[in-house]
Design a protein around this ligand. Sequence first.
Ligand code: PMP
Length: 426
Amino acid sequence: MFDNSVKAYTQACEVIPGGVDSPVRAFKSVGGTPPFIERGEGAYMYDVDGNKYLDFVQSWGPLIFGHCDKDIEEAVIKTVKNGLSFGAPTELETLLAEEIVEMYDYIDKVRFVSSGTEAVMSAIRLARGVTGKNDILKFEGCYHGHSDSLLVQAGSGLATFGTPSSPGVPADLTKHTLLCEYNNIENLKKCFEDSDDISCIIIEPIAGNMGLVPASPEFLKACRELCDANGALLIFDEVMTGFRASLTGASGLLETKADIITFGKVIGAGMPVGAFASSKKIMDHLSPDGTVYQAGTLSGNPVAMSAGLTSLRKLKANPSIYNELNEKALRLVNGLKEVANSNNIPLQINTRGSMFGFFFCENEPTNIKEVGKCDFERFAKFHHEMLKKGFYFACSQYEAGFISTVITNEDIDACIAAASEVMKEF
Ligand code: PMP
């Protein structure tokens, strides 16, 4: 059933390292060959063998309206006809920035980039530039893209491949990266006792790169208080959660406010986009008004802007979408939990907005060490069997899953019925 994908993968491996342009796609965590995708339509993806999958990955989050949404497609085509890129300002950038600013009371300005990696890298430079301090504090299992100083005990692909850090990153470049256990307030306090040079805390307030593991409200409050007491800035990395977890991202579900927010793929509706945003006071440190340098030839690309703008406007026009998505996510994970319970299989489930996660283990993990103790073999088996039945889940227990508006309750019930057959065989 995967013959053409196997052929495509073999061919790709000849000219692309590991056959993929982003490591997690290679299915190394679950084994087997990744299906090569030919096209998407609504809630479904079709591979080069003609297999049809209900897509719970949604390009790792951005496709809230599913594949080939008509409004987004039309906006993109209209923009493309005027030219792909100019390297000069366009009004579309202002319009998308306005949509984002309107949603957060503590954000005045947005700078667009082309990926989440760039967004975080730039936000950290800004934090260092504003505070005049050098260290950054990150948490084990949080992934913030692949820039040098953040490739330390990150989640996602690094966790999948068990790499604490990457060769090619000189120790000199990570010596300013302090590491702390997620959801561990004592550990956090200790970091601030050990260094008086912390420029910022960067955190996924709802981590999606060690599976779905939310930070506790007390932990986020401690992050805020320690930043305030020590002249550091708090950065919420909302590359995955921004406009996904709620209309105001993870921030909208939390009491704690950040100083800087990073956005990514979701605000581009599937086009390569990233952004970082903050108060006027902080953002005015950026070049050309200020001295902190940051740039990008294709930043604010008009095609990407028009896709994002259409998607965000659709979301704002109908905010009840988030309740519907959350209900569907709950329907899915509760269904899976029931099936697991009836087969005596320990399963932990979680949702935040339209994001969901499930772990084959006895207790809900609160950090990456606990995620690492889950049953990965069982996860791999579940993943494969579900794939064969036409359900495409993220290919690692270290990743989150996503619901789109076009996934129906019937789709979800079919998935639960399939999971029931699979788990009986465990
Ligand atoms: N931050 C977070 C929270 C992410 O989830 C990701 C990507 N999954 C990134 C940063 C990096 O984004 P990109 O892959 O677009 O560089």
